[in-house]
Design a protein around this ligand. Structure first.
Ligand SMILES: N[C@@H](CCC(=O)N[C@@H](CS)C(=O)NCC(=O)O)C(=O)O
Length: 205
């Protein structure tokens, strides 16, 4: 039995999707419903996945664990060069694209002067836009970032893309990116996770 600590639409949505896909029993706890989330994690960040008595705190670790444990068809064969490429995309999402958005959320929270906040958001949006251009270039060649098959990297990227709506700056997404986002957001496990969290998917429009 798993327990996922999440926040609606946050990066925990990718783990929620994988739990649904794994067809295993799990509970979800919205961190906003807890009096003191710091008792679960001193970092204060979702996702946290409880596996038995163990709390696992990094989304990429949780994703890789669930894929391996339940043999989910969301990464190429272990040990293959295709797997290395897919892991590169997974970490591009988790460790490069996600932080670009984290800077924007930080700017929203930390900069009270409106003009300075807007300036910081524009700079960060420019960085995110350049990263999405790389994704678009790949998707001009392949249906999903790692080839013809959906992978966990596409799921993570689709989660981050939907955060653009939080900011009053433009983060351009290319036509190939939007095509991939439309496919991922309609994928049954992703759509079920969105519905369970009460989140509307707008990034593919
Ligand atoms: N490296 C962490 C990042 C987690 C993270 O930044 N989570 C965000 C939501 S997407 C969060 O909970 N932020 C709230 C906070 O840091 O206070 C992971 O990939 O799991």
């Amino acid at each position: 039995m798993y327990t996922l600590y999440y926040s609606p639409g946050a990066c925990s949505l990718a783990i929620h999707t994988l739990l649904i896909e794994s067809d295993q029993p799990f509970d979800v706890v919205n961190k906003n419903d807890l009096e003191d989330f710091s008792t679960i994690t001193p970092l204060g960040a979702v996702p946290v996945l409880k596996i038995g008595n163990e709390l696992i705190r990094e989304g990429a670790a949780q994703a890789l664990y669930l894929i391996e444990k339940h043999d989910l068809d969301l990464l190429p064969k272990a040990g293959s060069p295709d797997r290395a490429k897919a892991l590169e995309w997974l970490l591009f999402g988790n460790a490069t694209m996600h932080p670009a958005y984290s800077k924007m959320f930080f700017s929203l929270r930390a900069i009270s002067d409106e003009a300075s906040r807007h300036e910081a958001l524009q700079v960060a949006a420019g960085v995110a836009g350049k990263l999405w251009a790389l994704v678009d270039k790949q998707l001009a060649k392949t249906r999903f970032v790692t080839g013809d098959k959906l992978s966990v990297a596409d799921i993570m990227l689709a989660v981050y893309a939907n955060w653009g709506g939080y900011f009053d700056v433009d983060i351009p997404l290319g036509a190939n990116v939007r095509r991939m986002l439309a496919e991922v957001s309609a994928w049954p496990s992703f759509a079920k996770a969105l519905a369970a969290e009460g989140v509307e998917y707008r990034a593919a429009a």
